[in-house]
Design a protein around this ligand. Structure first.
Ligand code: CP
Ligand code: NVA
Length: 305
């Protein structure tokens, strides 16, 4: 029975902690994992652009002795109408795992139902679970296991969903402040609340960025228009301007708060230059941790841990 990683909620709280422990060990001693994926091939399919996810997965696989195949959907028969299910059936005969970046979550679910190898969500419109593994690794590095208030400010999008689920699972206090009408979807909030209740955490959703930032240990933001929403960019800028992470908002957070962004950033929109380039910013560590966290995920899914 193979495991998939389509959502943060595909792992238990204990498995999430184990994955994050493994990610820390991989980061501390990468050489110990150098040959663990020898003889394994991983197909990486991108239906949207990517810098970090593509490069970190390729390097993660190759540096553990495996063979990554980065495939743009336009180069595959997928781009000419072959179904995602048939693509999954065929690729399962060649590769040991399939990583997919796509639009609808249902495409990932269709792929996982047809594939006989593990399927990983490399971002969908619904979730970005690999990003959140790296982000939780970064938060734990900075704050240990101390009770942490994680505040997300901006669009209630894929990153927000995974962050709420992951932070709740670890028993943190997860807050999100979005403009009205741009909240995270209710099913995710409800599930995050269940996870938080089980772990001793809390989930607070609202529309006031200043209130949400008050005393936060982590301030997190993401773009106002995600991939696929480019046409809405100009109208979103008008709505989202009060949700910018700038020095005023950061001054409301805890004095040693860290600032996070999954990147790519639209500097001057959701985050200002002095904040992203300032002393609180951990965005480059977050980007680096994509590599370590995804190594841990692949080791866990492919049995090389
Ligand atoms: N954060 C992230 O997933 O970046 P890419 O879109 O560059 O992969
Ligand atoms: N919410 C963004 C994240 C990019 C990594 C998007 O989906 O475009």
């Amino acid at each position: 029975m193979t495991r998939d990683f389509l959502s943060v909620d595909d792992v238990s709280a204990e498995e999430l902690r184990d994955l994050l422990d493994l990610a820390a060990r991989v980061k501390a001693a990468p050489g110990e994992y150098a040959g663990r994926l020898a003889g394994k091939a991983v197909g990486l399919i991108f239906e949207k652009p990517s810098t970090r996810t593509r490069v970190s997965f390729e390097v993660a696989v190759s540096s553990m002795g495996g063979h990554p195949l980065a495939l743009s959907s336009t180069e595959l028969q997928l781009g000419r109408g072959e179904t995602i299910e048939d693509t999954g059936r065929v690729l399962s005969r060649y590769v040991d795992a399939i990583v997919l970046r796509t639009f609808g979550q249902e495409r990932l679910e269709a792929l996982a139902s047809a594939a006989t190898v593990p399927v990983v969500n490399a971002l969908s419109d619904y979730e970005h679970p690999c990003q959140i593994l790296a982000d939780l690794q970064t938060i734990l590095e900075r704050r240990g296991n101390a009770r942490t208030v994680v505040t997300y400010v901006g669009d209630g999008n894929n990153v927000t969903h995974s962050l709420l689920l992951g932070a709740a699972m670890l028993g943190m206090e997860a807050r999100a402040a979005t403009p009205a009408g741009y909240e995270p979807i209710p099913q995710v909030v409800e599930r995050a609340r269940e996870l938080a209740a089980a772990a001793g955490g809390a989930v607070e959703i609202g529309n006031d960025p200043r209130k949400a930032a008050e005393g936060a240990d982590v301030l997190y933001t993401d773009v106002w228009a995600s991939m696929g929403q480019e046409a809405e960019h100009d109208e979103r800028v008008l709505v989202f301007t009060p949700f910018q992470v700038n020095e005023d908002l950061v001054s409301r957070a805890s004095p040693d708060a860290i600032v996070m962004h999954c990147l790519p950033a639209h500097r001057g929109e959701e985050i200002t230059d002095p904040v992203i380039d300032g002393p609180r910013s951990v965005v480059w560590d977050q980007a680096e941790n994509r590599l370590h966290a995804q190594k841990a995920l692949l080791l866990w899914l492919l049995g090389g841990a």
